[in-house]
Design a protein around this ligand. Structure first.
Ligand code: G4P
Length: 526
């Protein structure tokens, strides 16, 4: 194996996703502790923007500051290079999370054992499913009274629409929580409240051995045997390939707060989670082990300080090796660019790096050259797929509130959209500009940034829409007919693609019924 292949094969780039409060921050912190990336608990600041939809700007700015530092957390563990990509907790920033998911090779989902599958988890899982991202599930907070684990597994399968295979199994829960039987490693991992670790880990191949009673007592031993028998009967053995295809999710149980079951999750994760996978470009499939460098921008983080209008563009390296001060081709601009201070993210610190490999994320200081989805390569013309826009959920007309500053407004809107803060549609009927977001907070972000970074003022006018659908059809006549009939509701997105703005679910259903040859897509890539 070449050096390059070795480097790439040891990389595990993933995101942890969950509904707020399920324990994502706590789990991340524990993983960093194992990697020696931090040394004390409490070092990871949650990048949660407070749940009360706050318009307290200082707070949001502070939080954004933290989130750039924790955007990517890289560390070494057991010979592997691990990159955790953080995702914003606040649901108004879900679009950021969708995009981050395009840069990971796998995902760990955290579920609260008492609450089961919650709204945001369901939504994020849809994105994973679309991309066939391999998923592992950590059922957290076993130290609290939770739901019956079998019931939870059923719910995971049903709600997340993915098969599951438990690789550990809880022995009781809440105050009586005794630990787990680690099916993957054939061990009995015992729990002592507030000990912050697995207090005893006993090799236990044969669950029928009478030793089991000694450790957990008669009734729990009987129950555990019964449960494991049922599991073996109902769930087929884990087949790594079905996991890698995103069809089966291995499930672990534990308690992140008590650091229980986290190392076990991590040990299994590094073994079975994929190293960087081939990435589809319009031209061809790009293999990570190829010698030539290629990568794409999946996130742009603006500096909130108006005096330093610089950004960091986050690049996921898709193939080869990236080197500092080497010329790379910016495909959209058809220009050679070289970067003197690319940063990597190790142990929560941003530092300049000389090289990085496929699977890694690097930050490139930028002053407006990059847009989300841009490709950089060693020279070949490649355009990576898989960075779709998703239909926004809230829409408003944006109006200029200061006629003297219309140029600034235009520039500001363009740049903020390139950064992926929200989506812009132009209504074809009246030429008005519509901003679509996934949450109220973005409208405030946009208004604030337009004023502070561009000196432009905007006004919002409410607009009641249900969804924006990208439409296509091979039946040109039907498409034209539809566009004519729905002229008032036709818009184009930033790339000039046709978008139908449906004002209700009913209208959309009727349109789908009446125009059978037209496909209505909820993402811009199909
Ligand atoms: P999030 O990033 O997914 O939003 O969740 P976070 O880790 O911040 O955890 C949410 C709350 O759940 C925190 O409590 C955290 O301490 C708690 N928690 C996480 N894992 C466990 C666990 O295994 N068992 C129990 N019992 N609690 C857990 P908080 O009171 O909201 O925050 P804090 O003030 O303790 O930080």
């Amino acid at each position: 194996m070449s050096e390059l292949e070795k480097e790439i094969h040891k990389r595990r780039t993933f995101a942890i996703i969950s509904h707020p409060d399920a324990g994502k921050t706590t789990l991340t912190e524990k993983l960093l502790l194992f990697g020696g990336a931090i040394h004390v608990a409490g070092a990871v600041k949650s990048n949660k923007i407070k749940k009360t939809a706050t318009s307290d700007w200082m707070e949001i700015e502070k939080q954004r500051g933290i989130s750039v530092a924790t955007s990517v957390m890289g560390f070494e563990y057991d010979g592997y290079k691990i990159n955790i990509l953080d995702t914003p907790g606040h649901q108004d920033f879900a679009e950021d999370t969708y995009r981050t998911l395009t840069a990971v090779d796998s995902v760990i989902i955290v579920v609260d054992s008492a609450k089961g599958v919650e709204a945001q988890t369901r939504k994020l899982m849809e994105v994973c499913r679309m991309r066939h991202t391999p998923v592992m599930i950590f059922v957290n907070k076993m130290d609290r009274e939770g739901r019956d684990p079998f019931e939870l597994l059923d719910e995971l399968e049903e709600e997340l629409k993915i098969g599951v295979r438990p690789l550990s199994w809880p022995i009781d829960s809440g105050q009586r929580f005794k630990g787990v039987y680690n099916i993957y490693q054939e061990k009995l991992d015992l729990y002592t409240p507030s000990k912050q670790t697995v207090t005893e880990s006993i090799g236990f191949k044969d669950i029928n051995s009478p030793d089991l009673e000694k450790h957990i007592g008669g009734p729990l031993a009987a129950k555990l045997r019964e449960d494991i028998e049922l599991i073996d009967g109902v769930y087929p053995e884990l087949d790594i390939n079905t996991y890698l295809k995103g069809q089966i999710a291995p499930v672990f149980f534990g308690s992140a707060l008590n650091n229980f079951g986290v190392k076990e999750l991590l040990d299994c994760f590094v073994k079975i989670a994929p190293s960087p996978r081939p990435v589809e470009a319009i031209e061809r499939e790009v293999n990570p082990e190829e010698n030539s460098f290629s990568g794409f921008i999946f996130k742009i983080h603006a500096n909130m300080d108006p005096n330093h209008r610089s950004c960091i563009a986050f690049v996921k390296i898709c193939s080869g090796k990236f080197e500092r001060n080497v010329n790379y081709k910016h495909i959209r601009l058809n220009r050679q660019l070289k970067f003197s201070s690319p940063t990597a993210f190790m142990a929560q610190k941003k530092e300049t790096v000389d090289e990085a490999y496929a699977g890694d994320i690097i930050g490139l200081p930028d002053t407006g050259n990059f847009k989300i989805g841009d490709t950089l390569t060693s020279g070949e013309d490649l355009h990576f797929k898989g960075l779709p826009s998703f239909s926004p959920e809230m829409f408003k007309y944006i109006e200029n509130a200061d006629p003297m500053k219309s140029k600034q407004l235009q520039k500001g809107i363009d740049q903020l959209m390139d950064e992926g803060v929200a989506q812009l549609f132009t209504n074809q009927f009246n030429g008005r500009k519509i901003i679509g977001t996934v949450g109220q907070l973005q409208f405030e972000v946009i208004q604030y940034r337009l004023l502070h970074e561009y000196g432009a003022q905007c006004r919002w006018e409410s607009l009641n829409l249900y969804k924006a659908c990208w439409i296509e059809s091979e039946n040109k006549q039907q498409l034209d007919d539809f566009k004519k009939r729905k002229a008032q509701y036709m818009a184009v997105d930033k790339e000039g693609r046709d978008v139908f703005l449906a004002d209700s679910n009913y209208v959309l259903m009727m349109a789908q019924q009446d125009f059978k040859d037209i496909k209505f897509h909820f993402t811009s890539e199909f």
